[in-house]
Design a binder for this molecule. Structure first.
Ligand code: HEC
Ligand code: HEC
Ligand code: HEC
Ligand code: HEC
Ligand code: HEC
Length: 503
């Protein structure tokens, strides 16, 4: 691999071993601040390229201002120094700017790495935090008329030069959830001590919705000019709906990574972060412990909720399991049935290990959680190359309606179902053919479940909307969610099957 990288350097052919092992060891970690990228990626406001040159580029080259004015990632480090960050420093008894876990998720950790124009105070989680903090790709990709680079596929750009392939749904979801769920190996863990000191509860994560909410600074494939689209290699299947695919794959990645996080934290000899002794309450469903006692109509919906588990023991959050059903549905029907059986078996062992005694038995839960993670991983690999077309999207929408009918979801699971439905419906049904009743019901769900992550598309701290966010959790009633979804399901059943319409 090193030899082929060297060959490329000398102007040789792109190596055929494009999918070979990463040569990451050879890559030079390097942090560029957003201002470096802005020199070229701000062409609407500060043009430096000829029109024809720009038209031939793989992207619009106007990505910087959206990040700079709307994306909350730029604020990530100032969150540590603002009023809430200061309060957390006080309650944790340590300046949070010195706590590795905080830095790992709220900036691009510097630790002796070379950098250029990067200031964590103003850049936060900057461009290379997602795109890859390596000199090799940043230097090569910016030379125009660099035919050698233009000839490379996305995977080669990633493997040889460290430019993360965010177009790959697995990779995208992994990168996002490493911070939005956590990753023990990367030293990114939010513990209950941090929550109790004031960290806002991390919401459930659906990568397609969160990508749109960044807000997105890139074009979808179907928005790209033909010239641009042809530059993407391997050329994507035109029938594939990438966001629908991201919802499904993202559901599996979320399960895999939350199981890994739980197992790694429960099995660790060394705490990675403040207060990370097992049991860490942060790996359990927050509202198992934090909710008002209620007796509306005789009992609370939590009691009504069907659960084949002993009452009164905190369990891990349910939401990472909910969208996984879509992944099983997307596999072919024979495989789908066996996947379901395997998952049920492994979950039964896992749940027993968690609930047999309060806070679970680490000796049993660690291997059990790893098995569930391995199941998710093999299901993800089984979907490699699967095309998510409009007919598949329709099946997934029907499945989401079934899930809303058959379960009594908690807030986070309801949100995952609603987010998934909204993405898949909007991607697979053209605007003119959308049902206005479904659109209204989605808008109602949007208001009830804060689907648009307030403050929406604004570069102001999340904290300013935290009270409203927590209110929407506290006010959640599964019944009203279910009845809105029943309306959606009824209307959807009346729509022609998508497959027939597409012909
Ligand atoms: C000197 C100009 C320049 C600078 C600085 C620069 N870029 Fe680019 N970038 C380009 C050009 C030109 C392209 C189009 C390349 C092509 O068409 O293959 C591009 C394309 C990209 C792409 C899409 C590439 C692909 O193959 O899909 C990404 C992502 C990107 N740049 C990110 C960044 C980031 C992040 C930074 C800052 C660390 C940065 N760029 C700095 C000029 C620059
Ligand atoms: C939180 C993660 C994240 C951050 C931070 C981020 N990006 Fe991106 N970027 C993405 C994702 C996801 C895509 C979509 C990749 C795809 O679909 O191929 C993308 C795509 C792009 C593209 C390709 C656009 C296109 O239309 O194909 C460019 C260029 C780019 N980003 C530049 C930047 C620059 C410059 C910054 C900083 C100013 C930045 N990004 C910050 C996640 C991020
Ligand atoms: C290095 C860690 C890191 C990575 C990687 C990362 N994020 Fe974030 N993200 C954060 C932090 C920290 C915040 C909160 C920033 C703040 O408000 O100060 C955040 C905030 C957000 C928000 C606003 C959330 C809200 O509740 O309003 C969205 C949306 C988001 N990220 C999407 C993404 C997506 C999509 C990806 C992957 C393409 C991604 N993030 C990758 C750390 C990360
Ligand atoms: C096993 C039960 C349990 C679980 C699960 C749990 N907590 Fe706690 N939490 C407690 C206890 C006990 C306290 C300390 C009592 C107090 O200060 O009120 C506490 C205190 C807190 C506090 C400070 C007091 C307050 O109410 O403001 C916050 C904030 C908090 N937890 C957030 C969370 C979040 C977020 C989650 C989920 C990620 C979570 N907790 C999961 C039991 C739990
Ligand atoms: C696993 C990654 C992770 C770790 C570790 C982490 N955070 Fe966060 N933090 C996030 C994400 C993601 C968000 C955005 C949550 C959301 O979408 O609501 C966030 C949000 C915040 C906010 C609210 C930001 C706003 O816009 O109002 C503060 C403050 C904060 N974190 C401080 C800290 C401190 C202090 C630490 C260390 C004690 C820490 N965080 C550790 C990922 C992390």
């Amino acid at each position: 691999m090193a030899a082929s990288a060297a060959a490329l350097e000398r102007g040789g052919q792109a190596p055929s071993g494009e999918f070979g092992p990463a040569s990451a060891a050879k890559l030079q970690p390097y942090i560029y601040g957003a201002k470096t990228c802005a020199a070229c990626h701000d062409q609407d406001d500060h043009p430096t390229y000829e029109k024809e040159d720009r038209a031939a580029m793989i992207c619009r080259m106007n990505e910087f201002p959206r990040f700079d004015t709307q994306d909350k990632h730029e604020l990530a480090f100032t969150a540590l120094t603002g009023p809430r960050g200061q309060q957390m420093s006080r309650l944790l008894g340590k300046d949070v700017r010195e706590i590795a876990a905080c830095i790992n998720c709220h900036s691009v950790p510097e630790r002796g790495i070379k950098k250029q124009q990067y200031k964590r105070e103003s850049d936060g989680v900057t461009c290379v935090g997602c795109h890859g903090p390596y000199a090799e790709w940043v230097e090569r990709h910016q030379r125009i008329n660099n035919e050698e680079w233009h000839g490379l596929g996305r995977r080669a750009k990633a493997r040889l030069y460290g430019m993360i392939d965010l177009g790959d749904p697995v990779r995208r979801a992994e990168i996002c959830v490493s911070c939005h769920i956590g990753n023990h190996g990367e030293g990114k863990v939010v513990t209950h001590d941090m929550y109790a000191a004031g960290h806002p509860p991390l919401p459930s994560f659906e990568p397609a919705t969160f990508s749109d909410a960044q807000p997105r600074h890139w074009e979808y494939l179907n928005e790209k000019s033909l010239e641009r689209r042809n530059r993407i290699k391997p050329s994507p299947d035109r029938r594939n709906l990438p966001r629908t695919q991201l919802v499904v794959i993202g559901g599996l990645v979320a399960l895999r990574e939350s199981m890994k996080l739980l197992a790694d934290e429960a099995g660790a000899n060394q705490p990675v972060a403040v207060g990370a002794q097992w049991p860490d309450f942060a790996r359990f469903e927050c509202y198992a412990c934090h909710h008002d006692l209620q007796a509306k109509n005789g009992s609370s919906w939590r009691q009504v909720r069907r659960r084949d588990v002993p009452a009164g023991r905190p369990a891990p959050p349910d939401w990472p399991l909910i969208l996984v059903r879509l992944g099983m549905g997307a596999a072919d029907s024979q495989r789908s049935a066996s996947l379901e059986t395997q998952l049920q078996e492994q979950l039964a062992v896992f749940q027993e290990s968690m609930l047999d005694r309060v806070f679970g038995d680490p000796k049993r839960l660690v291997p059990a959680a790893h098995k569930v993670a391995a199941w998710a991983d093999s299901t993800i690999r089984g979907l490699d190359g699967q095309v998510f077309d409009a007919a598949m999207a329709r099946r997934l929408l029907d499945q989401l309606c079934d899930m809303a009918r058959e379960t009594v979801p908690d807030y986070e699971s309801a949100r995952q179902i609603a987010w998934a439905f909204r993405i898949i419906y909007h991607e697979s049904v053209p605007q003119k053919q959308r049902d206005s009743t479904i659109e209204h019901a989605l808008a109602d769900l949007g208001a009830k479940l804060a689907l648009n992550l307030p403050p929406e598309n604004k570069q102001v701290p999340i904290e300013t909307a935290l009270q409203a966010r927590l209110r929407s959790v506290a006010d959640f009633e599964p019944e009203s969610f279910k009845s809105l979804f029943a309306t959606i399901a009824g209307r959807l059943a009346r729509q022609e099957p998508i497959q027939a319409r597409m012909r």
